[in-house]
Design a protein around this ligand. Structure first.
Ligand code: ADP
Ligand code: MG
Length: 726
């Protein structure tokens, strides 16, 4: 009988060499030599541009001074020469439409001339502005399809870079993307606007504290979690190919319970991949620093050194692109979905955020005695106040179908937004509420009882893994961001809400300064803020049921799913906030809301259809084949008078489950045919209330069948194959 031993082909295939099919350059490299060689950095621009032009450009890049169109021609020449020297034949305006991914349209530098030859050309106009026919990008109604015009506009503050391919290279120019009416159709534009808002508010505060600086900017470092699986497995699973996560699969006998993967020694093929990835990221000027195994088998993390938020957001996108691209070279596939495997930890992107001055002074650095560090207390309180006032918006901005599997699912941060400050700052905030600042708790020394181990200064507080928003030394870490998500909107929101709080706290301070001195006025303001924001501070176990009850008592929001959270995104309060700080207009907010709802609907729609089709075309046939074999055994066994009771029971169980599977799948198919209504919201609600439960029901039965059907008949790689074989 011919059987489908497909899974075993896959097993054979993963006996791949350590380097997969990649031919990495095994020469050791010096990071300093290669760092940034494929990015057009300031030093390179300075060396190549006429002095006067360089001065002007630098002002734009470092101080956000307005860009004069006349310098673009000179920069264009430099860019083209630099890129063609590195083998680039094409350039592209690289932008981030509202899909959450990046987009590019390549144009050649080459212009044919009359003599039948060609010259390489690239003008300032081409550098500054592109006009892709962009009618197929989501615009959330900002731009009807017949108004196809969209513009890409050069962002001089983020370095251009070269993307290499075996057959040629392309110069990528980071750009904003807007409609011809000037409405932002991308993620970069609001991020840039929000950094401006934060700068204005921050500079106002620095003036009150008499601190000198040219600018205030936010800094961001995002830790990216991801899974790797062998590409043979990936292609045999249409759920992974189409929806990015496994829609079937029982948790194997061994999952992550032994905690033997976390920080474990890195397997050879994976390490080869990581080294190659890091090298390519260094060449692009992306400052990656940390790598390690994560909690779940097959899960890893990569983290960069922080940069200013706009550059960091671009580099984060580039990091996701390179993760996917380099993995392929090693015959691996990188999964960035928030929850590729049920029953195992999902992946997030801890977004570390701080504010600093142009001179590199970190405004969230508490120093040794935070209770007497006015600047720190002011900015830290502003963050706490902002998160308290806008928990809804922070929750809404990380809502997605993928992240719904993480948030509140007993592993990742809960769906309730709260802040963990740590013991030392908790104590200081308590002192503030009491209206008197006396001292800062000290950590002391950590002695381990062995004279050979050096004594360590102990931190003044431990960490808390369960908090969605934690203070970690000199920055806040927003941990609820999804692994697949662009960090741009979360950072835009952080910048904006903190700008508002800094601004309003400056108002409060200003008023009091008319009659009091800085010290006493500040204490009054901080006391008021600490009292108001107290409910958002929580240092207990965020996964516990008690916290759900306690949070409710405190009046904190607990928005469990995307469809609960998204309506907060475009609430009156938030539209006003975005408008006041000129980050998004009402129309731009509404457009984003519509797109987010649509993405939720479409994502789950794809999952629903994929589930039904895999059951119909893979799982039912495999079960029937096995059942057929059992039936033949029963038939012959009877004739030969063998003991067949056991086989009968197996066959009976199998056919019962098969019945249930078929029934559950019929229900899902019926639900898939309906859309639940006309509007995007109605369709999304249908997905939430009908499709997801129907899919879950199908999966439940299918996962039981996986444990019953003969392994050699099972039509797709299992968790055990995918997670442990590398
Ligand atoms: P941990 O999370 O264990 O504290 P690190 O100190 O390595 O780990 O930081 C994690 C991430 O936080 C890194 O990406 C790092 O660059 C980033 N980070 C550190 N300082 C800042 C800062 N001032 N602003 C923004 N991000 C920062
Ligand atoms: Mg961290």
């Amino acid at each position: 009988m011919s059987k489908t031993f497909k899974r075993f082909d896959a097993l054979a295939a993963v006996k791949a060499p350590v380097n997969g099919s990649a031919k990495p350059d095994s020469k050791p490299f010096d990071i300093l030599d290669i760092f940034g060689e494929n990015a057009l950095h300031l030093t390179e621009l300075k060396a190549r541009l006429p002095k006067s032009i360089w001065k002007e450009l630098k002002k734009t890049i470092t101080e956000n001074a307005p860009l004069h169109a006349d310098i673009a021609d000179a920069v264009a020449v430099v860019m083209k020469n630099w890129a063609t020297e590195r083998g680039a034949t094409h350039y592209t305006h690289w932008f981030q439409p509202l899909t959450g991914f990046t987009a590019e349209k390549h144009d050649s530098f080459i212009t044919p001339n009359q003599g039948g030859g060609a010259v390489a050309e690239f003008s300032g106009k081409e550098l500054i502005q592109g006009e892709p026919d962009a009618s197929s990008f989501p615009s959330g109604g900002l731009r009807p399809t017949f108004e196809a015009r969209g513009y890409t506009i050069w962002d001089p503050t983020s370095p251009a870079f070269i993307v290499e391919n075996e057959n040629g290279s392309t110069l990528c120019i980071p750009t904003a993307f807007a409609s011809w009416k000037g409405e932002a159709l991308d993620l970069k534009t609001p991020l840039l606007r929000s950094t401006e808002a934060l700068n204005t508010a921050g500079m106002r505060a620095l003036e009150l504290f008499e601190v000198d600086a040219k600018r205030v900017t936010s800094t961001v470092g995002a830790e990216q979690e991801y899974f790797l699986i062998d590409k043979e497995f990936f292609y045999r699973r249409s759920d992974l190919v189409l929806s990015g996560r496994t829609l079937f699969g029982g948790v194997p006998p061994k999952g992550q319970e032994l905690d033997d993967h976390y920080f474990g020694s890195i397997q050879d093929r994976v390490l080869s991949f990581m080294l190659e990835l890091e090298k390519e990221l260094y060449r692009l000027g992306v400052p990656v620093k940390t790598r390690h195994n994560e909690v779940a088998p097959g899960q890893y993390e990569i983290a960069p050194i922080f940069e200013t938020s706009n550059v960091s957001a671009d580099h984060q996108q580039l990091m996701m692109i390179m993760l996917r691209k380099i993995a392929r070279k090693f015959d691996l596939v990188c999964l960035l979905h928030e929850k590729p495997f049920a029953g195992l930890n999902g992946s997030g992107k801890h977004t570390n955020w701080s504010v600093s001055t142009s001179d590199g002074l970190n405004l969230l650095e508490p120093g040794n005695d935070p209770h007497s560090n006015k600047l720190f207390l002011f900015f830290c309180s502003a963050v706490v106040r902002a998160v308290y006032r806008h928990q809804d918006l922070l929750r809404a901005v990380i809502a997605s179908a993928g992240n719904d599997h993480r948030l509140g699912a007993n592993e990742a941060p809960p769906a309730i937004i709260s802040i963990f400050l740590g013991e030392q700052l908790d104590d200081i905030f308590k002192q503030l509420r009491d209206g008197e600042l006396k001292s800062s708790k000290k950590g002391g020394l950590l002695g381990l009882g062995s004279p050979v181990l050096p004594p360590l200064p102990k931190h003044a507080g431990d960490r808390n893994r369960t908090s969605p928003f934690a203070f970690t030394g000199n920055k806040f870490e927003f941990r609820a961001v999804g692994s697949n998500q662009s960090i741009s909107m979360p950072v835009t929101v952080l910048n904006t809400i903190v700008a508002e709080s800094v601004d309003e706290m400056c108002d409060m301070l200003d008023k009091r300064l008319k009659s009091g001195d800085l010290e006493s006025s500040l204490l009054e303001v901080l006391t008021e803020v600490a009292k108001e924001s107290a409910p958002i501070l929580f240092s207990g176990d965020g996964y516990s049921d008690d916290w759900q009850v306690e949070a409710k008592k405190r009046g904190l929001l607990n928005l469990k799913s995307t469809m609960d959270a998204l309506p907060y995104f475009n609430s009156d309060k938030n539209v006003k906030l975005f408008e006041k700080y000129k980050v998004l207009s009402k129309a731009e907010v509404e457009a984003r809301y519509e797109i987010l709802v649509g993405q939720y609907f479409m994502g789950i729609n794809i999952e629903g259809e994929t589930t039904a089709s895999m059951v119909q075309t893979m799982i039912i046939p495999a079960t029937v084949r096995y059942l057929n074999e059992l039936a033949a055994t029963l038939d012959r066994g009877e004739k030969l008078k063998l003991t067949i009771g056991g086989t009968q029971r197996v066959a009976k169980q199998l056919s019962d489950e098969l019945d249930q599977l078929i029934e559950a799948n019929e229900k899902l198919i019926a639900q898939n045919k309906e859309l639940g209504g006309e509007t995007e919201v109605e369709k999304a609600e249908h997905m939430r209330s009908n499709i997801i439960p129907a899919m879950n029901k199908v999966r439940e039965v299918a996962d039981r069948l996986e444990k019953l059907v003969a392994d050699d008949y099972w039509p797709m790689p299992t968790y055990k194959d995918m997670l442990f074989i590398k």
